[in-house]
Design a binder for this molecule. Structure first.
Ligand code: HEC
Ligand code: HEC
Ligand code: HEC
Length: 115
């Protein structure tokens, strides 16, 4: 049964094959907290699990980069993400929520970049 399912998913395409595997293994949520490199400004301690608790899906973050450790650094090194692209996405959500008077994350530099 399992082999049949995997096989048919494999025919349809690589990405479906991967999602079949990950849903069988139970979705990998990644680390609870992740330290992101912030260049000269110092690193950012990002509460991953808190954000997963707040939002029902994995966007907008994982529309920008895959669910892999060091994905951001690798894409920046390959020139597929510009410096601060991810940061601007993070900050925009925090600013939009703050503007609406809702609970939001930090918007000032030093509240995210804590060396
Ligand atoms: C608010 C942004 C955000 C959301 C929402 C989010 N993630 Fe992540 N995720 C990140 C960041 C940042 C990284 C680290 C990427 C890096 O190291 O470059 C990451 C990394 C990961 C990794 C790689 C392992 C690790 O811990 O580094 C997995 C797996 C993952 N996320 C799964 C998920 C899943 C599943 C969801 C949805 C339920 C989700 N994430 C929602 C930002 C987010
Ligand atoms: C919501 C959190 C957050 C805030 C607020 C924030 N940053 Fe960032 N910053 C990040 C993250 C995450 C990265 C790494 C990912 C990227 O480059 O997009 C980063 C990266 C950077 C980098 C390094 C880019 C590189 O690749 O060398 C610089 C410089 C920087 N930020 C400056 C600032 C300044 C200046 C401010 C205030 C105007 C600021 N940041 C506010 C989260 C934040
Ligand atoms: C879709 C909206 C959204 C996105 C995108 C988002 N955040 Fe947040 N963030 C929030 C909200 C809402 C909170 C407030 C949670 C709380 O305090 O309960 C928060 C809180 C935080 C906090 C403070 C946590 C604490 O314990 O005080 C940090 C740091 C943070 N976010 C960093 C980031 C970084 C870095 C990214 C991008 C990788 C990001 N956020 C992307 C909505 C977002």
């Amino acid at each position: 049964m399992k082999t049949g399912m995997l096989f048919s998913a494999m025919i349809i395409g690589g990405s479906l094959f991967l999602s079949a595997v990950s849903s069988m293994a139970g979705d990998d949520k990644g680390a609870e907290s992740i330290v992101l490199k912030g260049g000269s400004m110092g690193s950012i301690t990002f509460p991953h699990a808190t954000h997963q608790g707040l939002f029902v899906d994995c966007r907008p973050c994982h529309d920008l980069f895959p669910k892999e450790s060091l994905a951001i650094d690798n894409l920046k090194a390959e020139g597929k993400l510009q410096k601060k692209d991810v940061m601007n996405m993070c900050r925009k959500c925090h600013m939009d929520l703050a503007e609406k008077g809702q609970e939001a994350g930090p918007t000032s530099c030093k509240d995210c970049h804590k060396k």
